[in-house]
Design a protein around this ligand. Structure first.
Ligand code: HEM
Length: 486
């Protein structure tokens, strides 16, 4: 009896081993194509150290096609290079492609309260519902009066900055300097930027040994400096977000305010005070650099394409005139400006590889296995090449690498210049805001901000190269406009 038991155990264990090896080998064969890596390290040495991964991905896609597999020391990564594969997996199969990469250090920093990197689950759902309630397309229109004021302040600030720089004969400097350490300063914009960088530095591959050896997370804070610092910074960030939130609720009753709306809607959503303060902080962090980077690319595009600037200014002069500043009521009459907004977002997305998604269960795509927990990266932008989502030549044509707002326009049937092509009235025409359930929750607010900022800048300024700055602008003209900008 004992012999039979031992014999059947050995046979059972052997069969299991054979099955594991055979299935493992079969599954490896079924993975999407990708460069061969080293044992254990995988492709780490080829890609792990690259700061600008999207440049590296360019080489990959021309060799391996729309879906590429990489192994980073045992971590499965899949890069999606075309709109077809990205929308199939990240949009249509969003129910299983909506997690984010887990990180022990950022969890100590508070990532489960930071909407953009929180793990997919109950807490994320509550934050996302609350975020959607205060930023959906309809509610976003309530912030428009404030956005008009901000656009005027922004255009005015640009003029002041340029005049200052001209007086001192030097290029305008960037005021926000991200820091590796968490510095809470008296300038909220600088502080939000520092908080964002605290998270991105912590999440960067190889930043902390504990991510490769999770057992180190059991060390007490007295020994583990990284843990002590992360927990201290969590307290610090919580305190900062709480102060900003309370100030906004106290002072901002006059205008539509995200914080006031969050506080008002709290009961219906079921979020706590603490979640709300972190949500408002998350939204500010996510909004800050993305919107300002996109505006910088707009200024850059205008220096490269004076003919586009001229066309937009003709449209603005015709519709808005010189006696008042642009408003959102002008939007439907300014198709060329709207096309510029879409084209800047398509041409130079602020986050070229979006934010990685993580697959929550094994999945198959066109005969390829994508294993559970794979990090899925949408390659929205690449250097001039054949494949990338926002520059897919099959969709945008042979000039996909060029900045050309006309691709979203057609000649107006009424014979008055351009009109937006009907399919782009409700469609973005790019994938810069990401995909599926994790798509940017602030995209309506961002679109409105970009429209009014770009429109007001073009109304007030002419942007061109000068001898001493990369990008410069001159006030366009008359005294009535200066009065409006004051
Ligand atoms: C030009 C401006 C912006 C760009 C290009 C942008 C881009 C993105 C991208 C690529 C993602 C990741 C989507 C994905 O995972 O598939 C994202 C997520 C997010 N964005 Fe934006 N964004 C912008 C402005 C804003 C603004 C103004 C806000 C807030 C007011 C905001 C809040 C967020 C949040 C909270 C998330 C995380 C959503 C989640 O994970 O559920 N973004 N954004």
């Amino acid at each position: 009896m004992g012999t039979i038991f031992i014999f059947s155990s050995i046979v059972g264990a052997s069969l299991l081993l054979i099955r594991t090896v055979v299935v493992g080998a079969w599954n490896r064969r079924a993975l999407p194509p990708g460069p061969r890596g080293l044992p254990i390290l995988g492709n780490v040495l080829q890609f792990g150290m690259s700061q600008s991964l999207w440049f590296t991905f360019d080489k990959l896609q021309s060799k391996y096609g729309p879906i590429v597999y990489l192994n980073m020391a045992g971590k499965d990564i899949v890069v999606l290079n075309t709109k077809a594969v990205a929308t199939e997996l990240l949009d249509r199969r969003s129910a299983i492609y909506s997690n984010r990469p887990a990180s022990i250090v950022t969890r100590h920093l508070g990532s489960e309260l930071l909407l953009s990197i929180a793990q997919y689950g109950k807490s994320w759902q509550t934050l996302r519902r609350a975020g959607h309630a205060v930023l959906n397309a309809r509610i976003s229109t309530e912030y428009q009066p404030l956005q008009i004021e901000e656009a005027i302040i922004f255009a005015h600030g640009l003029i002041e900055k340029i005049l200052d720089a001209a007086r001192q004969n030097q290029a305008p400097t960037h005021e926000i300097r991200p820091s590796d350490k968490l510095h809470i300063t008296s300038d909220p914009l600088q502080t939000l930027c520092n908080i964002a960088h605290r998270f991105t530095n912590a999440i960067y591959p190889g930043a902390h040994l504990v991510e490769f050896m999770p057992i180190l997370d059991r060390l007490p804070t007295s020994i583990a400096k990284w843990k002590r610092e992360a927990q201290r910074d969590f307290q610090c960030i919580s305190y900062t977000f709480e102060n900003y939130f309370n100030d906004a609720v106290k002072n901002d009753q006059r205008q539509a305010s995200v914080c006031v709306k969050l506080a008002d809607g709290q009961e219906a959503i079921g979020s706590t005070d603490f979640e709300n303060t972190w949500l408002a902080g998350s939204l500010s962090v996510a909004a800050l650099e993305t919107t300002s980077t996109t505006l910088s690319f707009f200024l850059y595009a205008m220096t490269l394409h004076p003919e586009v600037q001229r066309e937009a200014q003709l449209e603005i002069d015709r519709v808005v005139g010189r006696s008042r500043n642009p408003t959102f009521a002008d939007m439907k009459h300014l198709p060329y400006v709207r096309a510029i907004v879409k084209e800047v977002l398509r041409w130079q997305p602020a986050i070229p590889l979006a934010v990685p998604h993580v697959l929550m269960e094994d999945d198959w795509y066109e005969g390829y296995l994508i294993p559970k927990d794979t990090i899925v990266i949408a390659n929205i932008w690449q250097v001039p090449s054949i494949l990338s989502i926002n520059r897919d030549k099959e969709i945008y044509g042979p000039d996909a690498d060029e900045f050309r707002p006309e691709r979203f326009l057609r000649q107006s049937e009424r014979g008055l210049g351009f009109e937006l092509r009907p399919e782009f009235e409700n469609e973005d025409g790019h994938h810069t805001y990401g995909f599926g359930r994790r798509i940017c929750v602030g995209r309506h607010l961002a679109d409105n901000a970009l429209f009014i900022d770009i429109c007001t800048i073009l109304w007030a300024l002419r942007i061109e190269h000068t001898a001493f700055t990369d990008v410069a602008a001159t006030t366009k003209q008359d005294s009535s406009m200066k009065d409006i900008l004051k």
